[in-house]
Structures are given as structure tokens and as C-alpha cells.
Design a protein around this ligand. Sequence first.
Ligand code: BTN
Length: 286
Amino acid sequence: MTAGAGWLGRRRIDLIECGSTNDEAARLARAGAEHGTVVTAVAQRAGRGREGRTWASPPGLGLYLSAVVRPALPLVLVPPMTLAIGVWVCDAARAFGADARLKWPNDVLACGRKLAGVLVEAQSQGGRLEAVIVGIGVNLAGALPPELAGRAITLAAAAAAGRGAAPGAPEPRPEPPIDRGAFTAALLRHVEAWIDRYVAAGLVPVIDAWHARMARGLTVRVAAGGGAGAPGGAFLEGEAEGLDADGALLLRERSGRSHRIRTGDVEVIRVIETAAAAAEPAPPSC
Ligand code: BTN
């Protein structure tokens, strides 16, 4: 199946199972796979997230997708791509009824829980960018593994919460069916548009779009430089205020002191509290 007239998904490999679609895409990229090659899997045995975390990937629960992208970009501009991609993953989830918001650097949240994540990895040779592997995981529908149930949410559950309870009914509406093919096609079309926009125009339009979708009032804790136990390391805690012009997170401590956090500086970034919900109330059924 192809994704419209564009380049993303023109070649597509749909697997029943693999270790990680990012690893499959990386292998294909090293073997010369063309720009826009997409790998999906029904299940991953070793799905990976950022910071070496596992991405739970049982059959049918999620969309597990990786793309080989060969953009004309210097290596240094690869990490902020994750922001551009997050914008559309967020919009795709909104188009399917979820009240999705962004959490820096790569999380899509609904009801304060994780709905999707983006893992961008670069392949380079002699300082030159050869390929970017863009990995996207979205929890679509079904039962989440018990260890994730309090922290994660599916698109189907988020869409049901977004519709609220039927008038006069105490319960939230039932979860709508999610058309996996339609969601994947929409995702590919629009991720492609955001990658093109990022390559052509840089971060400025991405940052505006990202701010318009960011989860407000998140208090985050960041372990910089190895955390409090490491020489020169520290924990910083404060409100995520937004992005700086280069995509770094601006974090404001209670004292009012502001810090710039870049992905490379951060070993742990964790939402420890969801506050200030008044500005953007979550749907009542969350
Ligand atoms: C994160 O939030 O930490 C990023 C999660 C990225 C998960 C996706 S699923 C498809 C692709 N294959 C992987 O092993 N990881 C990414």
C-alpha cells in the first residue's frame, strides 16, 4: 500500500513480527533502501523507546512503524526533527477524536497519559548524515499491559474520553473502532508534509505549531549530567514553559530561575505532577 502521491511509504514492508521496526529500517537503510521506505509490524519482540526503555509492542495493540528518511540536513539538525514529527502524530490522534497534547521532547499525551512516542535515530559516516530512522509507536486499541495501564492510554480510549458521556448517561461513551489502515495512511501523509516543511523552513514553523499543541502546566523533573549523585550532575524540577528557538526545553524552577534543557543533557525527564489544568481542562471522562 502506498501513502498517496508522496514519497513516504512509496516502498512499504509490512511484517507480522520483528525485533524492532527501527532496527529493520536501519538494516535496510545500511543496505541502500530508498528515501521514504516504511516498515511496519503487527508485533515487536524488542520494541525500543528513548533512554533505553522498552516499548511494549504486543500484537494488535499499537501501530509500530519506522521510516528511512534521507533529508539534506546537517547531523546537528536531526534531534529537533522529533518535534516536527510529534506535531503531526498529535494532529493525527486529534483527527481520530483524542484530545492529544505534546510533552517535550517526543511524547504525545491524552488524559495526561502516554498515547504515542517518537524515536529518531541517525546513521552517519564521516560526520555526514546518511539516513534518519524515524520510529513512531501509537497505542491504538485494546487492553494495555497491566504495568502500563496507569501511565498509558490507547487512541480508542482517548477518543471515547474526548467525546464525553452521552447526555444523561453516567458512563463515558464506548470506545470507537479505530481503522488502523486509515490512521496509518493519514499519519504517513502528514508526517511527510512536516518533514518536508522542516527541511525547507527549519524549526520556526515547527516551534509555533508545537507550542499550540503543548501540554500546559506540566511539572517535570530532569536529571542533568548524571543526576544529583554524579560529579557536576543535578536534578532540576520545574514547570515546562515551552521551547527555545533551537528546540531546547525551557524549564522554570519555583524560584523563578529558568534553564535550557537539550535532549543530550537529559537522562531522565519525568512528569511528576499535572497541575494548572484550569487553563486547559481535560475532557471530563478522562
Ligand atoms: C519513546 O516514547 O520513548 C519512543 C517510542 C518509539 C516506539 C516506536 S514503535 C516503532 C519503532 N520501533 C521501535 O523499536 N521503537 C519505535
